[in-house]
Design a protein around this ligand. Structure first.
Ligand SMILES: Nc1ncnc2c1ncn2[C@@H]1O[C@H](COP(=O)(O)OP(=O)(O)O)[C@@H](O)[C@H]1O
Ligand SMILES: Nc1ccn([C@@H]2O[C@H](COP(=O)(O)OP(=O)(O)O)[C@@H](O)[C@H]2O)c(=O)n1
Length: 208
């Protein structure tokens, strides 16, 4: 069974995807980490994330980079959202994600285009969202524990800019697939959000 989990920054999609993977005993791929690795790799090579050739070179990153804590910073998130708008970059990362989705037994993937591009055949698709204020508050708490000098206002501004870039690009924009279930986590605890996600997946896969 393939479970596709998409949504904007800090909506809780990663938390839900990990919990679903544990519940169903499936492997999980956080596809945002791939784009973050490309963004960081371009920046470290003094390249320009907005330049398609530089961004494409960044796709040949060392797999060890995926474990680097630098990928969790907001700067990495911003660079990721810039490189991810290049169709060449999306193409370069496509096969790896599709192979993961198609492995025997199934998988859970989270990102922006899992239900629309990577695994449109997935029987269960969740589009996880939350208000921008709630998302900024969650991300602020994470970043504040990790980096110096982070302000709530700058995190909110970054999240809004990233939403606009991710939804406005022409290559695989962030959007809810027609057959995806919407899960708004603004007023849900993590436990409640995970329970709701399991119920939605059960309802979609009950007759399989
Ligand atoms: N329903 C929720 N209520 C409160 N905090 C949450 C909820 N879901 C996720 N979080 C917290 O918000 C932060 C971002 O969640 P995460 O799942 O990483 O988001 P995303 O993958 O969408 O960027 C994490 O610190 C996580 O623990
Ligand atoms: N499947 C995906 C996953 C991420 N991305 C891009 O990568 C950036 C970082 O993704 P992420 O999932 O790690 O970010 P958060 O939602 O955790 O903040 C996003 O803002 C998107 O621009 C994408 O284009 N497609």
């Amino acid at each position: 069974m393939i479970i596709a989990v998409d949504g904007p920054a800090a909506s809780g999609k990663g938390t839900i995807a990990k919990a679903l993977a544990k519940h169903y005993g499936l492997p999980h791929l956080d596809t945002g980490l791939l784009y973050r690795a490309v963004g960081v790799s371009v920046t470290r090579a003094d390249g320009d994330p907005g330049d398609a050739a530089d961004a494409l070179r960044g796709c040949a990153f060392d797999p060890a980079l995926l474990d680097d804590p630098a990928l969790k910073t907001e700067a990495a998130g911003k660079a990721a959202s810039i490189v991810s708008a290049h169709p060449q970059v999306r193409e370069a990362l496509l096969e790896r994600q599709r192979d993961f989705a198609m492995q025997d037994g199934g998988a859970v993937l989270d990102g922006r285009d899992i239900g629309t591009v990577i695994a449109p055949q997935a029987p269960a698709k969740l589009f996880v969202t939350a208000s921008s204020e709630v998302r900024a508050q969650r991300r602020f708490r994470e970043l504040d524990a990790m980096e110096q000098g982070v302000s709530f206002d700058s995190v909110l501004a970054d999240i809004l800019a990233r939403d606009e870039r991710d939804s406005g690009r022409s290559a695989a924009p962030l959007r809810q697939a027609d057959d995806a279930d919407l899960l708004d986590t603004s007023d849900l605890s993590i436990d409640a959000a995970v329970q709701r996600a399991i119920s939605l997946v059960e309802a979609r896969t009950a007759d399989r």
